[in-house]
Every structure is written in C-alpha cells, then in structure tokens.
Design a protein around this ligand. Structure first.
Ligand code: DC
Length: 217
C-alpha cells in the first residue's frame, strides 16, 4: 500500500500540498495536526488546566473524534472551523507533547493507514507514525514566508491579526514542537527535504509526485 509521510514546521505548506496530492493520486488524506487540535479543543472546553496531565489523560482516553473527508467531528459536532482558532494554535503544542495523547492519536493514525493508501501530514509521520514508509518528505520554509502564509490565510478568513504576533506564535510553537521529549519535530534521515520558500504550490506538488514515482510500500 502507498503511504506518504509529509512532515515540517507550521506554515511549510504541508496540508495544502497534501490535499492536492491526495486528490491527484485518488488516495486518502489525513491531517494529523487537526487531531491534536481536537484534543486541545476538548481540553479547553472542559476547562482543564493545561498542566494537569492526569485530567487531560482521563479526558483524552474517552475522546470521541471522527475524521471524514477532511471534516472533523468532536463529540459528533463539526469542529473543522473551531480548531483553526488562534487560541487552539497557541495551546496545541502543550497538549500534543503529552505522551498519552500522542500514543492514542498515533494508534488511530496507524489504524487508518492499514485500511487504504494514504498521505499523512504532521510532525512525526516519517520518524514515528509511518516509520516504514519509503515516501517521506520534509517541507520547510523561512519563518518570514511561513508567517506570511498563515497571515494571508487568517486575513482571508476575516480574522483580525497582527503579523508580528503570528511570527512570534509560530516561532514559539516550532521551538516547543522541536524540543519536546516525545516524538519531536525532526527530519527523518531518509526523508527528502524541500524548501518551499521560493516555490509555488504546483511546483511542490509536482516535485513530490515525481519523487513518489511507482514506489509502493
Ligand atoms: O499542523 P498543525 O499546525 O495543525 O499542528 C498543530 C500542532 O499539533 C503542532 O503545533 C504540533 C502538533 N502536531 C504533532 O505534535 N504531531 C503531529 N503529527 C501533528 C501535529
């Protein structure tokens, strides 16, 4: 089965290109970041202190999440928009660093990968979730380019945001994601690294597809 792993920091273009590649190859796409965002929404909804690992573990143990065609359901409610909120982006790294949360999400991700061909994006896909994949990519771009993309995305949605705050938030999140103990954000040794700073979406998509070729796992 074809399993494509796409990792990289926030705003590197992972989800945009993964969605297009999934369509072109007619395979499933799984946005694993959205799963950690749903966990964070649940924890914030329950008003649990983000330092209370025990309570977070209890709640995430029973969490009811579903993913269907890139629509995300928490307790049967469509939360696809809500999980993109700035408040979730600010807090998600902390929840995603908890060992139990990661183990539970990784189990679900691996289960999904056993059922059908998939392209998955995240931070630990090539190093951990789909370690055996032969198709691993690590997308990167300068922080300025990544913040600009996120800024445009939020402005287009009508959000009232300041660019400097976005640069700061992204830098903080990258640092936290890269320095955490459990499956930190790191390029897998066998991943192809692509700097997307000077490339448009089509160019990144074509580059990845050309590297996948006929290689199946
Ligand atoms: O891709 P994203 O920005 O939606 O991801 C949100 C957060 O979730 C990110 O800051 C780190 C975490 N994450 C993770 O730890 N592992 C993944 N496979 C995907 C996301």
């Amino acid at each position: 089965m074809l399993k494509i792993a796409i990792d990289g920091p926030a705003g590197s273009g992972k989800s945009t290109v993964s969605k297009i590649i999934a369509k072109k190859l007619n395979i499933n796409y799984l946005d694993t970041g959205a799963m950690y965002r749903m966990c964070t929404l649940k924890v914030l909804n329950e008003k649990i202190d983000l330092d209370d690992e025990k309570k977070i573990t209890d709640v995430i143990d029973k969490i009811d999440i579903k993913m269907e065609n890139n629509v995300f359901y928490l307790d049967n409610n469509d939360v696809s928009e809500l999980i993109r909120d700035e408040n979730i982006s600010k807090n998600v790294s902390k929840v995603a660093a908890i060992k139990f949360v990661r183990e539970k999400m990784v189990d679900i991700q691996r289960e999904i990968a056993t059922k059908a061909d998939v392209i998955m994006d995240g931070r630990d896909i090539g190093t951990h979730v789909l370690k055996e994949s032969k198709n691993k990519f690590y997308l990167n771009a300068s922080i300025e380019v990544r913040a600009e993309r996120r800024y445009e995305e939020l402005i287009n949605k009508g959000a009232n945001v300041i660019k400097e705050n976005i640069i700061e938030d992204i830098a903080k999140r990258d640092k936290f994601d890269s320095e955490r103990e459990n499956s930190p954000l790191i390029k897998a040794d066998d991943a192809i690294e692509i700097d997307t700073s000077g490339l448009n979406i089509e160019e990144v998509v074509d580059l990845i597809i050309s590297k996948i070729g006929e290689k199946n796992d």
